[in-house]
Ligand binder design. Structure first.
Ligand code: DAU
Length: 334
């Protein structure tokens, strides 16, 4: 078995590569990654020595790079490559359209041309938009509200259209908010933990009562692998963590977990533009094919804090250069 994983140097992708190589003793993985700011070779340093792993530097928007990475053929493509940070999509939307829509199109064309037996698109619960009450089912209409989620929805619609029109064997997973080791420190959990370790304040947007459903990255990676193996072609599967919490209650846990105090370390700042209040997905369909999350939230959060405390040499270099420019642009005026 040989899979092409795209964006495997990112957060969920790198956790997926590590897990898949461990779970399938004969599996070979080619990882095509553009090495953007979020693609970090250090995420897979331990895997580089594995003879079943091969790295290819390239962009999914480049058909030649995709063709070269496929080489003599692969049994599946799993597409993790994406621009993923909502705040960055508000500052600079264009790259999101390019990677998340055009890049997806290039991969779909390759699947079609080479008759690749499986294509799995890693998507997000954000495509359903703000969910005031209840839970989004896979059949619900998409209602994205940020440039990021609109780009991901555009990718999803292309994937489904290629199935309908060309019978390309696709699947889509829509995961909820993911946390765990190797997450670039711009997202809520790693940003807050690393700020708190450094005795800095953490910026809570608005009232902090927005709700996200948290899924440990290992459960997310396992869910994608499970859908790839057991899912039905042409189908979408929600992968929800089942851990809905307000941002403020996550902040409280992180602040106390890092030995700091809410009064001194939390700053309420101007809200994100168009901020979705709540996401919630119904994962009955994924549960029906045998996937469910295994990591208990309190354990997962605790071990994530411990991982960032123990791996300063991983994240400290990331919080410099480009990151500091972004941080200033994103937070200085708030
Ligand atoms: O729901 C799945 C999505 O989760 C993924 O598709 C996205 O790629 C991923 O970035 C994440 O999107 P969010 O916007 O929910 O994640 P983020 O960590 O940026 O923010 C989580 C919540 O915390 C959100 O309500 C905004 C808030 N927040 C975030 C940051 C970075 C703050 O209050 N302050 C912050 O500084």
């Amino acid at each position: 078995m040989r899979w092409l994983v795209t964006g495997g140097l990112g957060f969920i992708g790198s956790n997926f590569v590590r897990l898949a190589l461990r779970e399938y003793p004969t599996l070979e993985i080619v990882n095509l990654d553009a090495m953007t700011y979020a693609g970090n070779p250090a995420n897979l340093r331990d895997v580089e020595v594995n003879g079943r792993y091969q790295f290819a530097h390239g962009d999914i928007c480049d058909p030649d790079a995709v063709r070269d990475a496929i080489g003599s053929g692969v049994d599946a493509i799993v597409n993790f490559a994406a621009e993923t940070h909502v705040d960055r999509s508000i500052l600079d939307p264009e790259q999101f359209l390019r990677t998340d829509i055009l890049g997806t199109h290039v991969l779909l064309e390759a699947v079609r041309e080479r008759n690749i037996p499986r294509y799995l698109q890693v998507s997000t619960d954000e495509v359903y938009g703000d969910v005031a009450a209840g839970e989004s089912a896979e059949s619900d209409a998409l209602c994205p509200r940020s440039p990021y989620s609109a780009s991901k929805a555009g990718g999803d619609l292309q994937v489904l259209a290629y199935h309908t029109t060309f019978n390309v064997p696709v699947m889509i997973t829509r995961g909820s908010n993911t946390y765990g080791p190797y997450q670039y420190p711009e997202k809520l959990i790693p940003l807050f933990i690393t700020n708190l370790i450094d005795d800095q304040t953490v910026p809570v947007y608005g009232d902090g009562l927005q709700i996200r459903d948290w899924l440990h990255v290992e459960d997310h990676a396992r869910g994608i692998m499970h859908v790839l193996e057991h899912g039905d072609v042409g189908n979408v599967y929600n992968l929800g963590g089942g851990n809905p919490h307000t941002n403020l209650s996550i902040t409280e846990r992180l602040v106390s977990g890092c030995g700091r105090a809410m009064k001194t370390h939390v700053r309420h700042v101007a809200d994100r533009e168009g901020h979705d209040r709540r996401y919630a997905v119904d994962s009955t369909k994924a549960h029906g094919i045998g996937w469910s999350p295994r990591v208990a939230f309190e354990d997962g959060l605790h071990s994530t804090i411990a991982w960032y405390q123990a791996n300063e040499d991983w994240w400290r270099p990331l919080k410099s250069g480009e990151f500091l420019d972004y941080y200033k642009r994103q937070y200085a005026h708030r």
